[in-house]
Every structure is written in C-alpha cells, then in structure tokens.
Design a protein around this ligand. Structure first.
Ligand code: FAD
Length: 397
C-alpha cells in the first residue's frame, strides 16, 4: 500500500501540513521522500475556536500556502479582568476560521505542491529500530529514517518516545451560538479572565458558519494543580447570564498541552512539533505556533539530511528560535497569570495602556513597538519595586 519514505509526518493539521509544504517549497528533492499520514479523511473537524494570529498567516503567505476560506477578520483584542475591561485595536491582526475548512484547504495546497498525504491512516504504534523506525498504521506498516509527531494533543508519537502527557494540561469546552444583545464588537476577540474560581478564562470570538455570523464561546481551564473544575457548569452559568442555554448547543470538548521549558521533544528517530510538543499554556493559542513549528521543522530536516545536524538537537533548535523563546516566556509566566500573582498581573494589565497593544502586535506578527515595550518593562519594574518597598515597610511597622 505504501512506498516507504525517508520522513513520515504523523498528523495532517497545521503543524504537519506546514512542515510538508515548506519542504516542498524549499527542498523538493527531500519532499519527494516525505509522507504525511492523517488518521481522518478531509474535510475533518478539529474542535478549535479558529483564531489564527497574523504571524501564522504571514508564514503561510510566504510559502504561497494561505488557505482562502470564509473567516471573521480580527482587528483588536479585549480583556475583562476583575477591575474592568481593557481593549486595543491596531488594524488587521488575524482572522477566525473554521478548522474543518482551513485544514482541508491547507491539505489541498499541500497536495498541489506535491506532498504525499495518506488519509484514513491512523498510526497506532511507532517502534524505534537500530536505524530509523517502523510505523504501524491502520493501512499497513512502513519504515522511515525520521518520524515527525505532528499528531496533536493525544500524540501517539509522543507516547512511543516514552514521554508523559506534560505538566501543562488544559481542558477546554466550546460552543457556537447566535449573537446576543450584550455582545461587543465583532472585529475583536474577547477574553474574560474576571472569574477567579479557576485558572483560565472564557472567550467570545466572532465566527462564520455556512455564511451565518455566530459567536464561538468557550472556556479554557489550565490544570495548575489537582483542582477539580466543572467547566461545563461554569460555561452553562456564563451562557445563562447571556440568555443562552448550554444544553441547546453542540458541546465541543477537548484537551490542550502547553509548552514546558525543559520538555524533551526529540528522542531517537522521533521528533515532535505543534501541539504534540506544546503550545502557549496561558491562552491555549496553538494554530500560529503549529505553523511556526512546521516551518522550523522543515528547515531543521534540511540541515539534518544535508549537513548532518543530529536529530537529538531539535529541542535546542526550538529553544533558540523566536518561537521557542516566546513559548518559554509564556511557560515561565504561568504562575503570574494563574498562580499567586494573578491579582497583581490583572491589575498591571488593566492599568498599563501598553500591554494589550503589544499583545495585538505579537498576535498579528506586526513589528513590536520597541519604545512601547520599554515603557511596559519600566512600568513593570516600578510596580515590582513599589510592591517590594511596601512589603519591607509593613514588616518594619
Ligand atoms: C476548544 C479549543 C479551542 C481552540 N481555539 C484556538 C484558537 O482560537 N486559536 C488557536 O491558535 N488555537 C486554538 N486552539 C489550539 C489549536 O486547536 C491547536 O493548538 C492546533 O490545532 C495544533 O495544531 P497541530 O497541527 O499541532 O495539531 P492538530 O491540529 O490537533 O492536528 C493533529 C492532526 O493529527 C491527526 N492525528 C492524530 N492522531 C493521529 C494518529 N495516531 N495517526 C495519524 N494522524 C493522527 C489528527 O486527525 C489531526 O489532523 C484551540 C484548541 C481547542 C481544544
């Protein structure tokens, strides 16, 4: 059934498809030896709110691989915290897509670029050999020199590498609903982190389903300890406040995995990308990251096959990259957002006029306004110093 390939990419989501497309564009001879194995058949659903940061789309545009699908444009971000709402609008920074359409269109682009994709091929085992690995699938077995795990949160490749599920696990529940009277601007993605009963937030994103303007609403709970959080009850309560009934909506429940600064993502002939490796643990944003991982992975595989760069250095390559630095900052900031520092962080975000503006620029892949960043850092330093002084003062008193 298969011709054995040099590289097997397990999973045809944004990470796996971007890696394959990037190889097809930059290293066509290597791309000929690549096969993407996808468990499902396109068009396939992926539970996801579909907000693609402009920096992900910029990579796809550069690869001439931007899926033209129906979407809701994003121009700004709003955030509700205990003290009130902060918002920033800076112009086009992304779009909200339907993943069933986006991933299908990306797969078509990949095929047009010459990528071999085998659909309906679920990988159930990967066994490392003296050289390469044997990949067992529902459509038969094949051998590969390198196996790239782009198979998302439940990654089989990750399990085959002997790695755990990761420290940052989130449970997520979303629904699509009609707009309601209290909904704010459709050109914004809205986050609500005012409910401190759980580490996480809820969201309202504009979305377009079969031409109809709806709102995707959901709840993200990052499991920072062993706390039990009933996200269904919390979402039902929030929707009821808007006059909506959760029981009448199609509930879409899934998990997410956040990036860990010391997490291992390569072992033997296997390497991980996208959510199999780990995405932003604070917001659960993962589409743009998956695209970035894919592009980085293609460059790394070229270095591996053409210059002998060892596979086990994939983790270092990610950590040195812009993506790796960004994910590391987010992983290190988890306690500030969802731990004891939460109230202070919320106050800071609410008071600082710069934080959300910079967040928009980052999401959109717009060059960061450095004077603004310097002001934000200075503001943070002043806040921390003031807090330190008040602690010393209260101890003396
Ligand atoms: C409810 C929810 C809302 C979200 N909202 C957003 C959002 O608005 N914006 C954002 O940026 N991120 C969002 N995310 C995160 C985002 O969906 C993921 O991080 C992103 O899809 C990761 O891309 P990926 O290519 O790594 O993996 P995936 O998109 O999960 O793709 C993995 C692919 O591998 C295939 N596969 C799995 N197992 C196997 C196997 N054994 N064999 C073969 N193929 C296999 C799957 O069928 C799938 O096609 C959300 C996540 C959830 C759960």
């Amino acid at each position: 059934m298969f011709t054995d390939g040099e590289v097997i990419i397990v999973g045809g989501g944004p990470a796996g498809l971007t890696a394959a497309i990037s190889l097809a564009r930059h290293a066509p001879r290597l791309a000929e030896r690549v096969t993407v194995l996808e468990a499902a058949n396109y068009p396939r659903e992926k539970f996801c709110a579909g907000a693609v940061g402009g920096r992900g789309d910029a990579i796809l545009r550069a690869l001439e691989a931007s899926p033209e699908v129906a979407h809701a444009p994003i121009e700004g971000i709003s955030l509700r915290v205990g003290a009130g709402v902060v918002a920033a609008r800076i112009g086009a920074i992304g779009r909200v897509v339907r993943r069933i359409e986006f991933d299908h269109a990306l797969a078509k682009i990949a095929r047009r670029a010459g990528v071999r994709i085998v659909e309906g091929a679920r990988v159930h085992e990967v066994v490392a050999r003296a050289r390469g690995a044997r990949v067992e699938t529902t459509k038969g077995a094949l051998e590969a020199a390198v196996v790239v795990g782009a198979d998302g949160v439940g990654s089989v490749v990750r399990k085959a590498m002997g790695l755990g599920r990761g420290a940052f696990r989130a449970q997520v529940l979303e629904v699509d609903t009609p707009m309601v009277a209290g909904d704010r601007e459709r050109s914004f993605i809205h986050f609500d982190a005012a409910d401190r009963r759980y580490p996480g937030y809820s969201w309202d994103f504009p979305t377009v389903l079969h031409g109809e303007e709806l709102v995707c609403r959901g709840i993200y709970h990052l499991r920072v300890a062993d706390e039990v959080v009933d996200i269904q009850a919390l979402l039902a309560e929030r929707l009821a406040g808007m006059g909506l009934d959760l029981a009448e909506c199609k509930n879409k429940r899934y998990a997410e995995r956040g990036f860990e600064t010391r997490g291992e993502i390569a072992r033997g002939p296997m390497m991980l990308i996208g959510e199999a490796a780990g995405i932003d643990p604070i917001t659960g944003e993962g589409i743009a990251q998956a695209i970035e991982y894919g592009e980085l992975c293609a460059r790394f595989l070229c270095d591996h096959f053409e210059r002998g760069v060892p596979l086990h250095t994939w983790g270092d390559a990610v950590h040195r990259s812009r993506l790796g630095r960004d994910l590391a900052v987010r992983a290190l900031a988890v306690p500030a957002f969802y731990g004891p520092g939460r109230a202070r962080t919320e106050k800071f975000l609410h008071q600082s006029e710069h934080a959300l503006h910079l967040g928009c620029q980052h999401f959109g892949g717009v060059p960061i306004d450095r004077p603004r960043l310097a002001k934000l850092v200075a503001h943070g330093a002043v806040e921390l110093a003031a807090e330190g002084l008040s602690r010393v003062w209260s101890k003396r008193g």
